[in-house]
Design a protein around this ligand. Structure first.
Ligand SMILES: [Zn+2]
Length: 253
């Protein structure tokens, strides 16, 4: 269910709907399908998924975290990746983590701050954000900032604290969170039922082969293991002769 082939099929369906567009475009439309990605754990997997989209001549919006503990978007390697994605026409946004903040003024201030810093560091303008694990309180707040698009603002997302996955909301939301399409799977039949749709996928969940939840995490951890070894190897010239000791992947699939 989480292979690139499956992802291409989702793309094919939304492309053929004729309603596929960006956040910017969706604001003035009565019918739309937006594809968004919140990037957790792995910039490499986001990059790979962006290439799958481009193979079908499609682009979407990738939201990257600034304060997470598993990747650094300012590393030379990741900055090059983000710049390349931007130059290829992908939209890059901020995946904002609340990190325990609840004060709405502070949250607004921090979003502005992080977006400014990110634009500055990357050298191109970041003008959209999504919130990582948003609290009901922050969804209810419907944050709108001048010149900035919030993936959860009411144009793109309908907040109803009483809603169930089956509720008929103005904007249909579908997400692959936890490897479960809790609000429905974006196939032809489902997307035909709704005028406005926002789809969220997490690139770390998608691979060429496609795994269940457990094996996906196993392959992700193996990739991170290799990334760490490469990082040491690149930094430390004494590591070369020792590298052989680390060649076996830690987790069998
Ligand atoms: Zn997130």
């Amino acid at each position: 269910m989480f292979s690139y082939e499956d992802y291409r099929e989702i793309l094919r369906v939304i492309k053929e709907s004729g309603r596929y567009c960006t956040y910017e475009e969706a604001r003035n439309k009565s019918e739309f399908i937006i594809m968004r990605h919140d990037v957790e754990y792995s910039v490499d997997r986001a990059y790979a998924l962006s290439k799958v989209e481009e193979s079908m001549d499609m682009r979407s919006t990738f939201f990257f975290q600034w304060t997470n503990n598993s990747y650094n978007i300012l590393s030379r390697k990741n900055r090059d990746i983000l710049t390349d994605m931007h130059e290829r026409g992908q939209n890059i946004g901020l995946h904002f983590a609340l990190n325990g903040m609840t004060d709405m003024n502070l949250i607004r201030e921090r979003i502005n701050q992080e977006m400014d810093m990110l634009s500055d560091m990357l050298g191109f303008e970041i003008n959209s954000f999504s919130i990582h694990r948003p609290s009901p309180h922050v969804l209810e707040e419907n944050i709108k900032l001048p010149g900035i698009l919030n993936a959860y603002q009411d144009d793109f997302f309908t907040f109803d604290p009483k809603a169930t996955p089956e509720s008929d909301l103005e904007v249909k939301y579908m997400s692959d969170a936890n490897h479960i399409w809790r609000y429905g799977y974006p196939d032809e039949e489902t997307i035909e039922k709704y005028d406005k749709i926002q789809i969220l996928t997490h690139p770390f969940a998608w691979t060429k082969k496609g795994y269940d939840n457990l094996d996906n995490y196993k392959t992700l951890v193996n990739e991170k293991y290799i990334e760490m070894i490469d990082s040491i190897d690149n930094e430390c010239k004494d590591f070369g002769p020792l590298r052989d000791n680390f060649e076996k992947l830690p987790i069998d699939i």
